[in-house]
Ligand binder design. Structure first.
Ligand SMILES: Nc1nc2c(ncn2[C@@H]2O[C@H](COP(=O)(O)OP(=O)(O)OP(=O)(O)O)[C@@H](O)[C@H]2O)c(=O)[nH]1
Ligand SMILES: [Mg+2]
Length: 317
């Protein structure tokens, strides 16, 4: 258990990093830490970046960090890469290590692998974001791979979701099928320097026009940019700020806010519940597998016993 959590600890990047490592290993004891956190000193925004591998998320993050720093924001980065075999999502780390921001005390980068996160990556990313906000990082950028289950999970804890496309990936249609049009608040066609960017932009605009309008009066922008040169990043940061202001002006009972809170609660509880069930199941299956193999127990009987156990664990009838 870490020492007293106060402003002094949070302003020391090394101690902050150690606190986050402890939280990653002990997410279920996080409540005690959360209770001690001082409130964030000003308005905060969690921004999720999602898109296929190679679409340019890390490159764009780098450019967005620079622009936000120029505008005086302190920036936290949470990179989520559960598939990375490198501990701590080394890929993003490597690229950003080259960046001048590395030595900037106004930027804090944290990579989360799947390690140590029995409860799932979403609650851990949410915890890390909360700690960084309390430490005064006013914009939290969350990079996720794709829009699989993991992508959705992380999307659920972002206030603002940037959905990225590029002409190279040719994945417009797949994305649209995966429901990304409903999840994105801002759409970006990256690699505007490559052929096909214009067509992709039109395709997304067309698909959005066919969709139900987003809740309230938020007009979801479709921006074209070149992350590698930074061209267009200013407009993206403007759009992010506009979305933050729009959200903060909504009444608490607005459908968009309710849906967001609902998603966050649901995902957090779901991943905590599955961690509890995983533990119980693993122990029980070990025993039953031996009995099934030795012929003491039928396979379906074993399955129904396991289901009974899960129902009991959940307190269901
Ligand atoms: N031409 C061009 N290349 C770009 C642009 N943005 C990124 N790239 C290149 O695209 C490749 C992938 O970029 P990344 O930023 O690593 O993409 P990513 O989405 O973070 O990839 P994963 O983390 O693997 O999912 C790199 O070689 C970048 O240099 C751009 O605007 N134009
Ligand atoms: Mg990346």
């Amino acid at each position: 258990m870490p020492a007293q959590i106060n402003a002094e600890l949070l302003s020391d990047q090394r101690r902050l990093a150690r606190l986050l490592s402890w939280l990653e290993r002990n997410p279920r004891q996080a409540q005690s830490v959360l209770q001690q956190l001082p409130p964030a000193p000003g308005p905060v925004q969690r921004i999720g970046f999602t898109g296929s591998p190679g679409v340019g998320k890390s490159t764009l993050l780098h450019s967005v960090i620079r622009t936000m720093r120029e505008r005086g924001e302190r920036v936290g980065v949470v990179a989520v890469d559960p598939t990375s075999p490198f501990s701590g999502g080394a890929l993003l780390g490597d690229r950003l290590r080259l960046a001048p921001q590395q030595d900037d005390p106004g930027v804090f980068i944290r990579s989360l692998g799947s390690r140590g996160s029995l409860g799932g990556i979403t609650p851990v990313a949410s915890l890390v974001s909360a700690v960084l906000e309390s430490a005064g990082y006013s914009r939290i950028l969350i990079e996720t791979v794709g829009v699989g289950q993991t992508g959705y999970d992380v999307v659920s804890l972002a206030d603002t979701v940037v959905a990225m496309f590029s002409p190279e990936s040719g994945d417009g249609i797949q994305f649209i099928k995966a429901g990304i049009l409903e999840l994105g608040d801002i759409f970006v066609v990256n690699k505007a320097d490559r052929p096909g960017a214009e067509t992709m932009l039109k395709e997304i605009q067309f698909s959005l026009a066919m969709e139900q309008p987003a809740e309230g009066n938020w007009q979801r922008p479709v921006l074209s940019l070149t992350a590698s040169s930074g061209q267009g990043t200013g407009e993206l940061v403007d759009a992010l700020e506009a979305h933050r202001q729009w959200l903060s002006a909504l009444p608490p009972d607005h459908a968009a806010r309710q849906r967001h809170m609902q998603r966050e609660l649901e995902f957090t509880v779901r991943s905590n519940a599955s961690a509890i069930l995983d533990g119980k199941l693993r122990a029980a299956t070990q025993e039953l597998a031996a009995d099934v193999l030795s012929g003491k127990l039928g396979r379906w009987e074993a399955v129904s016993r396991l289901e009974g156990l899960l129902r009991e664990a959940l307190g269901a009838d």
